[in-house]
Ligand binder design. Structure first.
Ligand SMILES: Cc1cc2nc3c(=O)[nH]c(=O)nc-3n(C[C@H](O)[C@H](O)[C@H](O)COP(=O)(O)O)c2cc1C
Ligand SMILES: [Mn+2]
Length: 466
């Protein structure tokens, strides 16, 4: 799979993508159809007839595990945990992108005064959104001025004018770290926003890789071949060759424009109104012939966004835990209901006293876990972490508050609605030990049925009328 067109073709073949030919309004109607469809785990939707526009819009690309498996080229019936495992295995070797001389993303070029972002059917998603959001299922490419490290990060972009896009680089995110360096140099940061591409690149854009690691290299590793890129027209950045729409421009850390609010993946609007934020001053837009716009509803769980994050955050947590070489780790599950990031459940085989405490604290010390992860539950190896009734069982019969810990301080996401709106930088964390302690000499005796009697009653099943 190289681009959005491959995803649509392969998805249609498997009945995972549906075309909507009826006219649909970009103003709320499109997003509401997408949201209601996502709540039913419906197919990805390709809206071919968007009011006032010729360009189609695709939504709900990542809403089901089956579609995530298709994107990752994994078996159709893979579970999220299977996908974490595949990601961890393949993502270890990095494959850098490969430059090409010609690329479909350059088929059309709008430069300078000709730039007009209103040419594209940018949806307005929720009633109280501050406007239309050009960048939802997109990512922003930027480069570290010191080391040349290229970052792909999904940070929302509001349509603020014909050549202006909003940004929201939350503190400490990789684009924010880079922007501060450009600011110190007294220069604006060159960026490119990519809309419509190999969906894996978007998933990588939203994943929490470590600093200095390029999402391109991990995407190449998962694909098993380099991602093809081409230099931007006005920015020295590697652009995916088959991108549908590429917006090139600059962000000046000293310049601001009111941005937001936006209906977030927490199920609430972020902020209480607009906030002054940096913006992209757009210099050039390139796009393919008959480009495809891509949007995601974000909003209340569970949507496309939550599934994307459950995959990328869960996979990176699993990968980062494995990298610590702690023995006994069995599997991890980061529920989509918690957007894959607020709650993690880990299954493990205990091998020494204190092993569970090591895993609990390790989880919140990973790059993924150190940011926003609030609750970690560890269960014994006989429980699959995605088997929520069994996790509830462990939380009832094995869990003991005195063996669990409250961590008072850690890095929070400013979007966490469980914290007061003006004090969201620091969160507490809860580490729940739902296991039977390794060091106990006398462990509770599990009830097992007598195997001989089981055999006997099974042979009488029909006679018993059961
Ligand atoms: C649809 C969507 C929208 C997002 N919007 C933002 C945003 O506006 N600002 C932000 O800092 N993170 C946002 N995120 C989360 C980031 O993509 C995520 O934290 C990622 O790790 C950022 O890349 P980085 O680690 O290279 O900084 C969003 C994620 C998704 C899936
Ligand atoms: Mn990054």
């Amino acid at each position: 799979m190289k681009d959005m067109r491959d995803f649509i073709a392969m998805g249609e073949e498997r009945g995972l993508v549906k075309r909507i030919t009826a006219e649909v309004d970009w103003n709320l109607e499109l997003s509401h159809i997408a949201k209601l469809n996502e709540e039913k785990s419906g197919p990805a939707l390709l809206f071919e007839n968007v009011k006032d526009y010729d360009t189609p819009v695709i939504t709900s690309v990542c809403t089901t595990v089956e579609r995530l498996a298709l994107i990752m080229n994994q078996p159709k019936n893979s579970s999220l945990t299977d996908l974490y495992q595949a990601w961890a295995e393949k993502g270890e070797t990095k494959i850098p992108p490969k430059f090409v001389d010609q690329a479909p993303c350059k088929e059309n070029i709008m430069m300078g005064e000709d730039v007009d972002l209103f040419r594209f059917p940018v949806p307005k998603f929720y009633p109280l959104d501050g406007g239309r959001y050009f960048g939802t299922a997109h990512f922003i490419i930027s480069k570290d001025p010191d080391t040349g490290w290229v970052n792909l990060g999904t940070y929302r972009s509001q349509l603020l004018g014909k050549n202006r896009l909003g940004t929201q680089f939350i503190k400490g995110k990789h684009a924010d770290i880079m922007l501060k360096k450009y600011q110190a140099m007294g220069k604006p940061m060159p960026v490119a926003s990519i809309v419509g591409c190999d969906p894996l690149l978007f998933i990588l854009g939203a994943s929490r890789l470590s600093a200095f690691e390029s999402e391109y290299d991990v995407a190449g590793a998962i694909r098993g071949e380099p991602i093809e890129v081409i230099k931007g027209e006005t920015v020295d950045l590697p652009i995916p060759a088959t991108a549908e729409i590429v917006v090139e421009g600059e962000v000046d850390a000293e310049k601001f424009h009111e941005e937001g609010p936006f209906g977030e993946y927490t199920g609430y609007y972020s902020g209480v109104g607009t906030d002054p934020r940096n913006y992209i001053d757009v210099k050039c837009v390139t796009f393919r012939n008959n480009p495809i716009m891509w949007g995601t509803t974000v909003g209340r769980a569970v949507t496309d966004t939550h599934m994307t994050m459950a995959l990328s955050y869960g996979a990176t947590l699993w990968q980062q835990l494995l990298a610590m070489k702690i023995p006994g780790l069995k599997s991890v599950y980061c529920p989509p209901e918690g957007s894959g990031r607020f709650l993690a459940i880990i299954s493990m085989k205990q091998m020494y006293p204190g092993h569970v405490d090591q895993v609990l604290t390790a989880a919140i010390s990973t790059e993924m876990g150190a940011y926003g992860l609030k609750t970690v539950i560890v269960v014994d190896e006989d429980i699959d972490p995605w088997d929520i009734p069994r996790v509830m069982y462990a939380l009832s019969f094995r869990f003991q508050p005195n063996r669990s810990q409250v961590i008072k301080r850690g890095r929070s996401t400013p979007l966490d609605p469980s914290l007061p709106i003006n004090a969201r930088e620091i969160t507490g964390r809860l580490l729940l030990d739902a296991t039977i302690p390794y060091e106990w000499k006398d462990k509770p005796i599990p009830i097992e049925l007598d195997p001989e009697v089981v055999e006997r009653v099974k042979s009488r099943w029909a006679e018993l009328g059961l």
